[in-house]
Each structure stands twice: as C-alpha cells, then as structure tokens.
Design a binder for this molecule. Structure first.
Ligand code: DGY
Length: 334
C-alpha cells in the first residue's frame, strides 16, 4: 500500500504512533506547547491525515490548506475545536475517542466533587504551611456528600457514570438534558427536571454536556443565582460552558459554597486571574482523562480512526457520518 503522510500535533503515547507508522510516514510536533497556527497551516499542506488535539483549531482555512487531507482524528472525545460542517463539505472524515475515557473522567469529576466539598486542597495547603495547631471543633467545615442531592447537567456517557458513582454515596439524583432517558431514570432512580429546578434543588451541580452554541455560558449569573448558598459547581466538560466572571463573583460573594474546575475559559487560565485567589475553588489543568491507561487507549483509538480512513474503511468513531453522503471518503480513492 502506498505510504501516506500523517502529522501529529503533539507527542501522544507511542502505542498510537506505532499504529499509524504501519501505513504512513509520521511527523510529530515535539514542542511542549501546541504548534503555532502557521506551523499547522504549513504542515497540513501535503499530509493525508492529521491527529489533532483539543488545543488545535481545525477550521476552513486549515482544511483548505490541506489539499490531500482525508481525515482529522481528534485525540479527545470533545471536538468543539473542529468545524464539523466545513470538514463534511470537503469530504474530510473526523474521528474522536469516545468511550475509552468515560470512567476515568467520571472518577476525576467525583474526586473534584469530594475534594471541593471536604476542602481537601485547602486543608493540605494549611497543613504544609505549618498552620495545624490543634484539633478545631469548627475548623474546615465542609459539605456532606452522602445523602446530598446531585444535579447532572447532561446524562450522556460521563454523566451516567457520575450518577452510578453517586449511588454508592446514597445521593439523590436529578438530571437535565435535551433528551430524556427513561431507561436510565428507572435504572438509576434519577429524576428529570428542567435546568432552573435542578439548580434550585441540588447540593452539587456537575456539568457533562458538550460545548456548542447552545451550551456556551449555559451557567451564568442568573443560573448561579438560582443555586443554594451551600451548593458546589463541578465542571469537567468545557470551560466556556460557565461564565467565569459570573462564577468568580458568586464564589467571592458567597452566593455558592464552592466550585471544582478541571476546565476554564480561557485555557490555560491566566496566573493572575482573581478566581485563583479564592480558597473555595479547587482547580486542575484539564486532566480528567489523564491516567496512564486511558491516555494510551485514546492514542490507540485516535490512531485506529485515522488509519481506517486512510485504508478507505469507515471508522467506528466517525463524528460526521454525513461525510459518506457528500462523497466517498477521500481515503477510499487514495
Ligand atoms: C476530551 O477528551 O474531550 C477531554 O476533554 C480530554 O480528554
């Protein structure tokens, strides 16, 4: 088979690169930071496929520069960095990495929930700073997790796994989604409510929706204003789903008790952002899927999606199946 060319925008686990090397010459951007846009525009010119990251904006300009481009394989389940209609129009297949990171991400979302509720990071800081003088009856009082109400915004794969974890803590479960899932309602004993009601009734609100035009700033000043003063917001989905300015004010003014964020707007959050000065925020640098096993599975899946298209096969994780209606996958003719 003719060797293809594939560009990979960051060093991903070798297991994935090895799969692509079987059919293609692979060039990897080895920088610590993402490749600058000019580099992507240059590199894409003669490649058949690209393995991109959520930090790479794949828009019409990039696709036009990639005259031979047949596939954009995103090393992530989310694909808000890719203009899907533009890819589809051009017959470019887009693939992602669903499923393999579900449990790992739900584990981390639950860890953030627990850490924020029980003020673990704040207490760790206090202890290391030599401030632990004695056992204090009213020191570091947090929020109980067991028997509390968890409101899930989005009951897809990760939301569902979050709900399953919560049942182990005897939590009451609410959800809001654009789709109702009566099977999950029966199985998990989870109640469907509209978003305002979920915000009013929940002790914890955890976000599990993709970033789209409809979910941009879904949680803003008004929504935060509906939450209980004792409530905690968890976001492991995408930063722009929450209005950071409004969240900062709500945390600062004690309108809600805390927030646990793995994602922010922008990313990375500037080191001088005032929200970083607040003790009732637990924050991480977008690492919810970061376990050794999961990042390796993501690399393998991204590679397999890329290779399938190059071989003219329909990948199992095709994001834009409409591309098949527009024309044959470009790879089929390749
Ligand atoms: C994703 O896959 O979309 C996560 O944000 C990173 O694993």
């Amino acid at each position: 088979m003719a060797k293809f060319k594939v560009y990979v925008t960051r060093r991903i686990p070798e297991a994935g690169l090895d799969i692509v090397r079987e059919v293609a010459d692979v060039k990897v951007w080895d920088g610590e930071l993402p490749p600058p846009r000019e580099v992507i525009l240059q590199e894409i010119r003669d490649v058949d496929g690209i393995i991109s990251l959520l930090t790479d904006k794949m828009d019409a300009e990039v696709m036009d520069a990639g005259k031979n481009l047949k596939v954009i394989s995103n090393y992530a389940v989310g694909f808000d960095n890719i203009d899907i209609p533009e890819a589809t129009k051009r017959g470019i297949a887009v693939t992602n990495t669903p499923g393999v990171l579900t449990d790992t991400t739900a584990d981390f979302a639950f860890a953030l929930l627990m850490a924020t509720a029980r003020r673990i990071v704040e207490a760790d800081r206090h202890t290391r700073e030599g401030k632990w003088k004695t056992w204090v009856p009213t020191g570091f009082l947090g929020q109980d997790i067991h028997h509390a109400t968890l409101g899930l915004v989005g009951l897809g794969r990760i939301g569902y796994e979050m709900a399953r974890r919560a049942t182990g803590f005897s939590m009451k479960l609410l959800y809001y989604d654009i789709y109702r899932n009566e099977k999950f309602e029966k199985e998990l004993g989870i109640e469907y409510v509209e978003l305002p009601e979920l915000l009013r009734r929940s002790d914890f609100v955890s976000l599990h929706v993709p970033l789209t035009d409809k979910t941009y700033h879904l949680i803003g000043r008004q929504e935060l204003g509906l939450m209980k003063k004792t409530a905690i917001l968890i976001n492991t989905a995408r930063g722009p789903i929450v209005d950071m300015e409004a969240l900062y004010e709500a945390l600062r003014d004690g309108k809600i008790a805390g927030a646990g964020l793995d994602v922010t707007e922008p990313e990375p959050i500037p080191a001088n952002h005032p929200i970083l000065g607040l003790d009732n925020l637990t924050i991480a640098p977008h690492i919810a899927s970061a376990s050794v096993a999961t990042r390796t599975k993501m690399a393998t899946m991204a590679a397999e999606g890329c290779v399938a298209v190059l071989k003219g096969e329909v990948p199992s994780n095709l994001v834009n199946p409409d591309v098949l209606k527009v024309k044959e996958l470009k790879g089929m003719a390749g």
